[in-house]
Design a protein around this ligand. Structure first.
Ligand SMILES: CC(C)(COP(=O)(O)OP(=O)(O)OC[C@H]1O[C@@H](n2cnc3c(N)ncnc32)[C@H](O)[C@@H]1OP(=O)(O)O)[C@@H](O)C(=O)NCCC(=O)NCCS
Length: 223
């Protein structure tokens, strides 16, 4: 299917005055870029505590993470926005109001792939996902499903930049943003961007997952 019209529609929807909309470094991804983006996301999440708990540290970890992110990218490219950089070093997968849940059609279509990602830990993955979904913000909001920057590009401001167009849009539309933070360090970044922890979720001995909501901030932003 040709996805150009939908991408164009998202581009037109970037809030006017958004500094990041003018930046050449951050842009929307094209579906044909899924390959390098799933590799960047797999590398970004290689040491993630939650995926470590679910996948373990075997030699297949990168390949299994890439399989997982291929599914997430398919959902976000179809129903949301995937922000990336020209070098494809990372991505922010953002879902608009009403689209946060992974649709059953995708779950069914990728059921075998989920099994090959989580293997014997599939019941834990399904249980954790259900616990996350039960607590998910019900009010209209933008959802950051995943944000990842490859290790060699981390700490240079790219992660913040990839989130900026969606945060600006939230502020312009007076809507909250929502995400789950998988470590204390990434939660600190989100706090700097205005997110507040609403609950710390632990499921069946998992590492803590911080559920975080960001109320809309004044728009236009003070410069
Ligand atoms: C979190 C992440 C997307 C931020 O992207 P980035 O380009 O490094 O972010 P920025 O340069 O804009 O901001 C730097 C801040 O990001 C966070 N961060 C940087 N590297 C990180 C890492 N490996 N793990 C977790 N958080 C990290 C820290 O808060 C850092 O600030 P600090 O250096 O003062 O500790 C990126 O580091 C990453 O992909 N980390 C691993 C995967 C992950 O944790 N994803 C988020 C899951 S909720």
């Amino acid at each position: 299917m040709d996805r150009e019209p939908q991408i164009a529609q998202h581009v037109e929807a970037i809030p006017e005055g958004s500094a990041s909309a003018l930046s050449p470094a951050v842009r929307l991804a094209h579906p044909r870029e899924s390959g390098p983006l799933k590799a960047a996301l797999g590398a970004a999440f290689f040491d993630d505590p939650i995926f470590g708990w679910l996948i373990g540290r075997g030699s297949s970890r990168q390949a299994r993470l890439e399989r997982y992110f291929a599914i997430q990218l398919a959902h976000s490219l179809a129903d949301g926005c995937v922000w990336t950089s020209d070098g494809l070093q990372g991505a922010a997968l953002c879902m608009p109001p009403g689209q946060w849940r992974l649709p059953p059609r995708l779950m069914i279509a990728h059921g075998g792939r989920f099994g090959s990602v989580f293997r014997g830990r599939l019941p834990h993955a399904v249980g954790l996902l259900a616990a996350i979904e039960r607590r998910h913000l019900r009010d209209a909001h933008y959802y950051f499903a995943n944000i990842g920057v490859a290790p060699n590009a981390q700490g240079q401001g790219l992660g913040s930049k990839l989130m900026r167009p969606t945060l600006d849009r939230c502020d312009k539309e007076r809507l909250p943003a929502y995400l789950e933070a998988s470590s204390e360090r990434n939660a600190a970044l989100y706090e700097r961007l205005g997110f507040q922890c609403t609950e710390v979720l632990r499921f069946a001995g998992s590492p803590p997952l911080r559920l975080m909501m960001r109320p809309p901030q004044p728009w236009p932003r003070a410069t």
